[in-house]
Design a protein around this ligand. Structure first.
Ligand code: PAF
Length: 282
């Protein structure tokens, strides 16, 4: 496995590859990422995993400085998983206009209005930052396929829109969410949780599944279901950012006509913000 840090070296390493699959990550890899890598490996192509903690997608008060970084351990896992190339650029390599403090000379992708809802409502600019770095990674790697996790459902939606609206010749493959034994969705941010919090954290998925079950049994009063779930979460210390029932296709608020739904949530446990979602067909 090659570990490459510059765009020029990556381009040269990929020069003769005709079928490339990219798995973009921010590192601190867990079983969820390795599942995405396994999906990439199934494509029988050259597998590139990028590891880059993208400053452009973090707000001023977010956890950029503390975001867990573990390049050496990540590379060991990726080597064992049969990855061909790890692309681990520096901030200056990805954003040559970075002056050590500001990225305000950066040309960015403006994400569509849906990026201001759900996670975007409390993370202004986040999805523009994601779309910008993903567009750059696509231009650098020029993959035929790219794999993203369904855990970040809104991100997946916005990346699909990026590919479609910018006419990028890239197929997006979506990987299922991998969970801990207790149902907690795997996330790099789980490493911020204490053992006690990890137990409590499983409750988020339980509440999403409870809503799913009630919708499957015919309930259409989504607001009442959301309110009841929020009230059950609060006593265990959850600060619910949102729980929302949406069309899985458009991410617009669900109507009783929609067949394919997704229930999404973001909530804070202590200082750690967790997200999760479950989808369902009616
Ligand atoms: O999901 C992530 O880890 C990041 O948002 C991504 C897609 C690698 C872009 O930085």
């Amino acid at each position: 496995m090659q570990i490459i840090e510059t765009v020029a070296a990556l381009r040269s390493a990929l020069k003769h590859q005709s079928h490339i699959t990219l798995v973009p990550t921010m590192g601190n890899l867990h079983a969820g990422h390795l599942h995405l890598v396994a999906l990439a490996k199934q494509q029988a192509s050259c597998v590139v995993v990028s590891i880059f903690v993208n400053p452009l997608q973090f707000g001023a008060n977010e956890d950029l400085a503390n975001y867990p970084r573990s390049l050496e351990a990540d590379c060991e896992k990726l080597d064992a998983a049969g990855v061909d190339i790890v692309f681990a650029p520096s901030v200056i390599e990805m954003y040559p206009q970075f002056d050590g403090q500001h990225l305000n000379q950066t040309m960015t992708v403006t994400a569509p209005a849906i990026a201001n809802e759900l996670c975007g409502a409390s993370r202004p600019g986040h999805f523009s930052g994601v779309a910008t770095v993903v567009a750059k990674l696509f231009n650098i790697v020029m993959p035929q396929l790219a794999v993203f996790g369904k855990k970040d459902f809104q991100q997946l939606h916005i990346i699909r829109a990026l590919v479609q609206q910018f006419n990028l010749p890239i197929t997006i493959v979506a990987g299922d969410t991998i969970r801990e034994h207790n149902g907690l969705a795997m996330s790099s941010r789980n490493s911020f949780l204490s053992a006690d919090q990890k137990n409590t954290a499983a409750q988020l998925q339980q509440e999403l599944n409870a809503i799913k079950l009630q919708i499957q049994h015919g309930s259409t009063d989504f607001n009442a279901l959301i309110l009841a779930a929020t009230e059950r979460l609060q006593p265990s210390g959850w600060l619910v950012d949102y729980i929302s029932v949406r069309s899985a296709l458009s991410l617009a608020p669900a109507t009783t006509q929609d067949q394919s739904l997704v229930i999404l949530a973001a909530a804070k446990l202590g200082n750690t913000r967790l997200i999760d979602n479950v989808d369902l067909l009616r």
